[in-house]
Design a protein. Structure first.
Length: 318
C-alpha cells in the first residue's frame, strides 16, 4: 500500500498521521493504527482498555467480521487486523472498526483513566505513550522537555569509557541469576541470559555512557565478555566447593587452562554464546535505544496530543 493512500485515509477521518502510525478516536475509543505493506497489506488497530471484554462478545465479533479480519483480545488490549490490498482494504477496515467498537460499547468497556506518566487520574488529553491512551497534557509536554534536555546533556558530556565500565558492572549483576541456576540446578535457562545485556544497558546508562549508535556495540561487547567471566566464576566456585577452600582467582584461572583443552572450552562456551544471542535478540529494542530515538519518541508523543474528556464524549463516526 502506498504511504500517500494511508495518509489520505487517515486525514479524511480526522486521524493524526505520525510517521508510520495513525492515531484517532473511533466511536469513543482511542486507538493507534499501522500498515504493513507487501504483496498482501495488513492494517492493525490497537485499542487500550481497562479490562478485557467478555470472551463471549469477542467470539461473536470474530464470527461477524469479514474473513480477512481478525480480533485478538488480551489483558488491557484489543487488536484488530485486516488484510487485503489498497483502498478496498481500508474500506473493509472501516466496517471492521465499527463492528469492534460496537462490541466494546455493548460490553461497556472502559478506556484507561490513569495517566501512564504520573499514575494519577483526571486525564485531559490523548497521546501516544505505548498505545494511544489518556494522559495529562502537562505530563506529556514535561516528559518531552526533560527527555530532550537529558539527550543534549548526554551528547555533550557522555563518555564511552565510563559507559563501558558501567556495562561490565551491570552485565555482571545481570549474569548472577544464570550463575545461580548453573551451580544449583546444573542447567541453563535461555531467558535468563537476556538479563546480561539488559544489565549491561542499565549499567552503561548509570555511569553516563554516551547514548548514540556506538553504545549498542559496547553493550554487546560487554555482554560477550561477561560470558568469559561467568565461565571463570563458575569454575572458581566449583573448585572452592569441591575442595572446601578459598583459592586465588588467578590460581583457578591457571588451573582452568591447564585442565581444559581448546575443544573443551568451545564445547562449554558455545551453548552460553547461543543463549546470549537469543537474550540480545529479546532485549535488542531496549538496548539499542539512543538519545536521538528517545527525543523522537518524545516529540511524537507531543505531536499526537489531542483533547480528551472521556470515552463516549468525543466519538469519531465514519
Amino acid at each position: 500500500m502506498e504511504q500517500t493512500l494511508f495518509q489520505s485515509y487517515a486525514a479524511n477521518r480526522g486521524y493524526r498521521f505520525l510517521g508510520d502510525v495513525a492515531v484517532g478516536v473511533c466511536n469513543g475509543y482511542p486507538f493507534h493504527m499501522t500498515v504493513r505493506s507487501g504483496k498482501i497489506d495488513v492494517v492493525s488497530a490497537v485499542f487500550r482498555l481497562q479490562k478485557t471484554p467478555p470472551a463471549r462478545l469477542v467470539r461473536q465479533a470474530r464470527r461477524e467480521l469479514p474473513k480477512n479480519c481478525a480480533v485478538l483480545s488480551s489483558a488491557g488490549q484489543l487488536t484488530l487486523t485486516c488484510s487485503g490490498q489498497g483502498e478496498e482494504l481500508l474500506q473493509q477496515t472501516d466496517g471492521a472498526m465499527r463492528q469492534v467498537t460496537g462490541m466494546l460499547r455493548e460490553a461497556a468497556a472502559q478506556v484507561p483513566d490513569t495517566c501512564p506518566l504520573c499514575r494519577k487520574k483526571g486525564c485531559d488529553a490523548l497521546a501516544l505513550v505505548g498505545g494511544y491512551v489518556p494522559v495529562h497534557r502537562a505530563c506529556c509536554q514535561q516528559q518531552a522537555y526533560d527527555t530532550v534536555s537529558r539527550g543534549e546533556v548526554n551528547r555533550a558530556t557522555g563518555s564511552y569509557l565510563t559507559g563501558f565500565v558501567g556495562a561490565l558492572i551491570g552485565g555482571l549483576v545481570g549474569s548472577l541469576p544464570t550463575l545461580f541456576t548453573i551451580l544449583v540446578f546444573q542447567y541453563m535457562i535461555a531467558l535468563l541470559y537476556a538479563l546480561i545485556p539488559l544489565g549491561a544497558y542499565f549499567g552503561y546508562r548509570k555511569l553516563r555512557g554516551r547514548m548514540d549508535r556506538g553504545a549498542v556495540w559496547l553493550i554487546i561487547l560487554a555482554s560477550v565478555l561477561e560470558l568469559f567471566l561467568l565461565e571463570q566464576l563458575s569454575f572458581y566456585l566449583i573448585v572452592a566447593m569441591a575442595y572446601g577452600i578459598v583459592p586465588s582467582p588467578l590460581a583457578t584461572m591457571s588451573l582452568y587452562f591447564q585442565v581444559m583443552a581448546p575443544g573443551d572450552i568451545a564445547a562449554s562456551m558455545i551453548p552460553s554464546f547461543i543463549f546470549l544471542l537469543i537474550g540480545i535478540w529479546i532485549v535488542f529494542r531496549k538496548i539499542s535505544t539512543t538519545s536521538q530515538g528517545e527525543a523522537a519518541d518524545a516529540g511524537r508523543c507531543v505531536e499526537s496530543l489531542q483533547d480528551w474528556r472521556g470515552a463516549g464524549q468525543n466519538p469519531m463516526e465514519f
